[in-house]
Write a protein that binds this ligand. Structure first.
Ligand SMILES: C[S@@+](CC[C@H](N)C(=O)[O-])C[C@H]1O[C@@H](n2cnc3c(N)ncnc32)[C@H](O)[C@@H]1O
Length: 207
């Protein structure tokens, strides 16, 4: 069962409120924490074929979409996705934009050659269910590219555990997700793990 309609509704309202200021608020972190280069790295490796971006938000990755593959851009929030639509229009891209919950993706089994998600599974209420859905819609031999912040080791991880209940309530995303473990629990096989910023932000490539 996907997360309850009440909590999904809360998430939709939260991202609707954030849609207008998201790009501005997160811009400083793009360079400082290495997200910008990591996005480039990911999209340089996205294979040809049918590609789904899950939780595309305001379309921060659209500048990196290569001309070749047909990318379906999806998100839970129509307000976030409207911004992505404007960016796609500016680039003259013709791919589909779909409002759908990562926990219950509106696509048939094995529909995609690759799935990309950047900074998404910190926010999806049930990341194991979401990654299970990613596995379901991925073709055999397909690739998953994740760029995620997660729980770091040591004292910083313990600090994140401490502040997460309040921080996630205020902002939405969780600071202490163990995303690498969750990817494996979902039945995906991790083929590459790259540090983007310490052990806090990583690219995970899985199959
Ligand atoms: C931190 S933003 C990241 C946006 C974009 N991927 C980026 O890299 O800038 C998280 C996004 O995940 C989306 N999201 C949260 N829960 C989701 C869910 N259950 N299904 C699909 N998208 C979800 C939000 O609407 C939001 O656009």
């Amino acid at each position: 069962m996907p997360t309850s309609p009440e909590s999904t509704g809360r998430a939709i309202r939260r991202w609707r409120r954030q849609a207008r200021c998201y790009d501005c608020l997160t811009a400083p972190m793009e360079r400082l924490l290495g997200f910008e280069r990591a996005r480039e790295w990911v999209f340089a490796r996205v294979p040809k074929g049918r590609v789904l971006e899950v939780g595309a938000g305001t379309g921060r990755n659209i500048a990196h979409y290569p001309a070749g593959p047909v990318i379906v851009t999806s998100d839970l929030s129509a307000a976030m996705l409207a911004r992505a639509a404007a960016k796609a229009g500016n680039r003259g891209l013709t791919g589909r934009l779909v409002v759908t919950d990562a926990e219950d993706l509106a696509f048939r089994d094995q529909a995609f050659d690759a799935v990309v998600a950047t900074c998404v599974f910190c926010s999806v209420p049930d990341p194991l269910r979401g990654l299970g859905e990613v596995r379901r819609i991925l073709k055999a031999g397909g690739a998953v590219f994740l760029l995620e912040h997660m729980r770091p080791g040591g004292w910083l991880g313990r600090l994140f555990d401490l502040v997460d209940p309040i921080a996630s309530r205020l902002m939405g995303p969780h600071l202490n997700r163990r995303t690498l473990d969750t990817v494996r629990q979902a039945g995906l096989v991790v083929v590459e793990e790259r540090r983007v910023f310490s052990d806090w932000i990583k690219i995970i490539v899985a199959r």
